[in-house]
Structure formats: structure tokens, C-alpha cells
Design a protein around this ligand. Structure first.
Ligand code: CMX
Length: 471
């Protein structure tokens, strides 16, 4: 995010230092303030800069075209169609995801960690997604405390979750609970009270912070109702978000599991704007539906087996494989199982991607975690064996454009290792993480006055007529 000279000058009017870089200014702002600058304060400073930035981009490039749109793209799920603005992350087909320009290993290195931990705190990642800046340890700690303070659920939402039948999929329960949080939406209330559109971002920010903060209690309650026993523990206001989530699930005492959650949330948070969950959140938000309604819709998209539910599907597929070919199968037996999946008209879950054309770096990050923490786990070894076999088979089958594994090929194995082996729950954890990316963009969309989304659709008949006389 670049600031133009006038915008930077306007900002510095309220600040003492002159003629310094924005980065230096940011550091200065932290050092002379008695308390660390909050995320909301920093975000408020960035809004006018980003308005200038967008204005300048549109002035210089607004009339330029990306290239032609083909009829195949209209029929083909809009693959590659440049149509959305998404600031938190950009996905490169070969390299994978970068969060505000930073790769996963860079985030692991640069973002603040918990005392004694080595994985990034998702609080820092959210700060990065929203501001493009790496926060200090103090700022991240303040964010942990803020989220802990907002974590409680309204009692009717608890009752709603408790009333769900145990046969209702955890993702449906999750979506119901998130949607119901709209009852207390600051944005919906402000809109009813006639808030000026320039102020939309502020209640959106508050709702987004509430949304993220309340997800551990929702996830924990669903998990305990379905699979656990005993009362949910209280949120510990002195601990970080991932610790509290792990503790609510019953894994708070397991340091390695808590570290896994920190990595898991970070890498699942955002994957640019075109994927189903991210785009759905943005689309629904564009109607000025509040963040709870928008993210509830995201979750319904994430619950599909070609998207987030693939992490559940991978484990089901692995278990069926083990049942069929045993625990230490030969390569030939595994190959036969993979081919039988394809010949049965099913996809190999956890493989392929609509954008990526190489191994997903989110898969690699999880593999490295496994090599460090569970190198001899039999299921991890099976996942490694499959990695060596599936790509050649998918290439030989000749359909998939990307034969390499995606994020979902690895996550379930790690969770299973630590005892979270209820695979129906896996997509809920993906959903908790995805809120970070969707919320960050919703806040920016309201700050920048993003318009209602309304692309053009055509009927097949219309297309035929339109191109009848064109070569
Ligand atoms: N196994 C079998 N066939 C596959 C395949 C796989 N893993 N990946 C793609 N194909 C097939 C497609 O089904 C399609 O077949 P048809 O022409 O018969 O329809 C063909 O190859 C071309 O597909 P593509 O252009 O390579 O892939 P898409 O962009 O259409 O779809 C994805 C991408 C992820 C839905 C697909 O690769 C897939 O179904 N993978 C398995 C499910 C999965 O892991 N999803 C999770 C993705 C990550 C996430 O969002 O969480």
C-alpha cells in the first residue's frame, strides 16, 4: 500500500516528524506513544492513504484492459477472469500464496510468536492482512486480549448450537451460529440508525473483531456437544487465540497442538479473493450484509467437498484405503486404489487446484511441521507415499491441470496424530481460519466504499446469437 505525497503530508500534519519514510513513521508512532497503537487506530490512519492510492491507480490504469474474456471462461467457472480486488493476499500459480507480499516461510520468520513458540501468532497475521505491516509483540498481545474480551457468545446462540441434532454436520451448525450473531451486529444497527457511508468501516471493524473473537467458543461448543464431554472451559484472557481455541477443544495442555493451531490458522486464513469462501463473503458483503451474514455465507461455500470439506474427504479416503490395502501398503496397492477412485468417477481429494500449478506451499509447511513433530507417524508416512504416486497417476489420467497436493491433503493427518480424529469437524477449523482473510477484506471494502457486485450473465441462446457471425 503506497501513500501519495499529499496523503502522507495530510497524515503528518497530526504527527511531529517530517520528511521520514512511512515505515520509519510507523515505528516512531509506536515508540513515542505511551500505549502501543491499536489495530483500529492504525487502520484509521491508513484509510485516507489507501483512498489516494486507489484514486491514483484508477486515474493511471482505470481504462486499461487485462485482455479478452472468452466464452469458455463463462462456461468454465470464470477461471482466470480478473474481476475482483483483494488486498490481503495474492496467489501465484507456481509459487503459491503471499500474504501482503510475504511467503509462508517469511511470515513464520517475521510475525511475533508466543513465548517459547516458533510458529507465527494468527493475531499478527490478521494485523498484516489488514495493514500490510508486521506488528510488534505488544500489539499482538493487545489483540489477543481484545479478542479474549469479546469471545463470549449470546446465550441464545449457545442454545441454538445445543439444540442442533448430533446428526447435523458441524459446518451447518457453525454456519447457523455465525449467521445468528447478526442479532447484535454493530453494522446492521448503525445502518438502521442512518450512519454516513464514510463511517461504514467502523462498525464493520467492530463486527469483524467480534466475529473472529467468538469463533473459538462456537467451534469449541460444537466439538464438545458432538464429540467431547464436560463443560467448556472459560477463555483465558492472558493467553493467545490459538491457545484458547485449543483449550476449548480439549487440547490446551498439548503445547505441540497449540503450535499446530497457530500454524494452521495462519496458513488457512486467506488465499486471495476468487476462491469460493472468500469470494462469497465479499459478494454477500457487497450488498451491505453485515460481517456475520457475509461470513455465514462463506462457510456454506467452504462446506463443499471441492473446497474446504476436502480435508474431511482426504481422511475418509485414507481410511478406506487402509481398510482395503492394509497399514503398510506396497506402492502397487496404493496405485491401484488411486486408479479405482478415478475409474469410479471420483476426485482424489486433496489434489489439484483451480489456480496452483505446483505443490501448495501450505502443504509443504504442514509437511515440515510433521517432519519436526511426528516423523515416524504411520499415517504421515502414508501421506508421503501418496505424494510420490498421485501426481503421475493424475498426469496419466490426463484431466487435472494440476496434479500436485493442496492444503487439504495434509491437515487431517496432523490433527489425527494429536487425537482430534473426528474428521467431520476438520472443515470447522478451516472456517475459523478463513474468517481472518474474509474479515480483513470486508473491512477494507467498507472503508473504500466498494460497490455492489453485479457481473453480467448470458443465456446459451444469447451467446449463440451474439457470436453467430463472428469468427
Ligand atoms: N482428482 C481427479 N480429477 C481431478 C482432480 C483430482 N484431484 N483435480 C481435477 N480433476 C479433474 C476435474 O474434475 C476435471 O474433470 P472434468 O473435466 O471431468 O470435469 C478436470 O480434472 C479438469 O479440472 P481442473 O481444471 O484441473 O481443476 P478445476 O479448477 O476444475 O478444479 C479442484 C479444482 C480443486 C476443484 C479439483 O482439482 C478437485 O476436485 N480436487 C479435489 C478436491 C480438493 O482437493 N479440493 C480442495 C481444493 C483446495 C481448497 O479449496 O480447499
Amino acid at each position: 500500500m503506497r501513500a501519495t505525497a499529499p496523503a502522507r503530508a495530510a497524515l503528518f500534519k497530526t504527527r511531529p516528524p517530517l520528511n521520514i519514510s512511512r515505515a520509519a513513521f510507523a515505528l516512531g508512532a509506536r515508540s513515542y506513544a505511551s500505549k502501543p497503537q491499536t489495530l483500529k487506530e492504525r487502520f484509521a490512519e491508513l484509510i485516507p492513504l489507501e483512498h489516494e492510492n486507489v484514486k491514483a491507480i484508477r486515474k493511471e490504469h482505470g481504462h486499461k484492459a487485462f485482455g479478452p474474456v472468452t466464452v469458455d471462461q463463462v462456461y468454465g467457472g470464470m477461471r482466470g477472469l480478473p474481476a475482483l480486488l483483494w488486498d490481503g493476499s495474492v496467489l501465484d500459480a507456481e509459487e503459491g500464496i503471499r500474504f501482503r507480499g510475504k511467503t509462508i516461510p517469511e511470515c513464520q520468520e517475521l510475525l511475533p510468536k508466543a513465548p517459547g513458540g516458533s510458529e507465527p501468532l494468527p493475531e499478527g497475521l490478521f494485523w498484516l492482512l489488514l495493514t500490510g505491516e508486521v506488528p510488534t509483540v505488544e500489539q499482538v498481545q493487545a489483540l489477543s486480549a481484545d479478542w479474549a474480551a469479546r469471545a463470549a457468545l449470546p446465550s441464545f446462540v449457545e442454545e441454538l448450537i445445543d439444540a442442533c441434532p448430533s446428526t447435523l454436520h458441524p459446518m451447518s451448525q457453525f454456519s447457523i451460529a455465525v449467521t445468528a450473531l447478526n442479532h447484535d451486529s454493530a453494522f446492521a444497527k448503525a445502518y438502521q440508525d442512518g450512519v454516513h457511508k464514510k463511517e461504514y468501516w467502523e462498525p464493520t471493524f467492530e463486527d469483524s473483531m467480534d466475529l473472529i473473537a467468538k469463533l473459538p467458543n462456537i467451534a469449541g461448543r460444537i466439538y464438545r456437544n458432538l464429540f467431547g464431554s464436560g463443560k467448556l472451559p472459560a477463555i483465558d484472557p492472558t493467553k493467545d487465540y490459538s491457545y484458547n481455541l485449543s483449550n476449548l477443544l480439549g487440547f490446551g495442555d498439548n503445547q505441540a497442538f497449540v503450535e499446530l493451531m497457530r500454524l494452521y490458522i495462519t496458513i488457512h486464513s486467506d488465499h486471495e479473493g476468487g476462491n469460493v469462501s472468500a469470494h462469497t463473503g465479499k459478494l454477500v458483503g457487497s450488498a451491505l450484509s453485515d460481517p456475520f451474514l457475509a461470513f455465514g455465507a462463506s462457510l456454506n461455500g467452504l462446506a463443499g467437498p471441492l473446497h474446504g470439506l476436502a480435508n474431511q474427504e482426504v481422511l475418509i479416503w485414507l481410511q478406506r484405503m487402509i481398510k482395503q490395502v492394509g497399514e503398510n501398503p506396497s506402492d502397487d496397492a496404493v496405485k491401484e486404489y488411486i486408479w479405482s477412485t478415478l475409474k469410479g468417477g471420483q476426485v482424489v481429494p486433496g489434489y489439484g487446484h483451480a489456480v496452483l500449478r505446483k505443490t501448495d506451499p501450505r502443504y509443504t509447511a504442514q509437511r515440515e511441521f510433521a517432519l519436526k513433530h511426528l516423523p515416524n507417524d504411520p499415517l504421515f508416512k502414508l501421506v508421503g507415499q501418496i505424494y510420490k504416486l498421485v501426481p503421475d497417476i493424475l498426469l496419466a489420467a490426463g484431466k487435472a491441470k494440476n496434479p500436485w497436493p493442496n492444503v487439504d491433503a495434509h491437515s487431517g493427518v496432523l490433527l489425527t496424530y494429536y487425537g482430534l480424529d473426528q474428521m467431520k469437524f476438520y472443515t470447522v477449523l478451516f472456517g475459523v481460519s478463513r474468517a481472518f482473510g474474509v474479515a480483513a477484506q470486508l473491512i477494507w471494502d467498507r472503508a473504500l466504499g466498494a460497490p455492489l457486485e453485479r457481473p453480467k450473465s448470458y443465456s446459451s441462446e444469447h451467446l449463440k446469437k451474439m457470436f453467430a457471425n463472428r469468427s
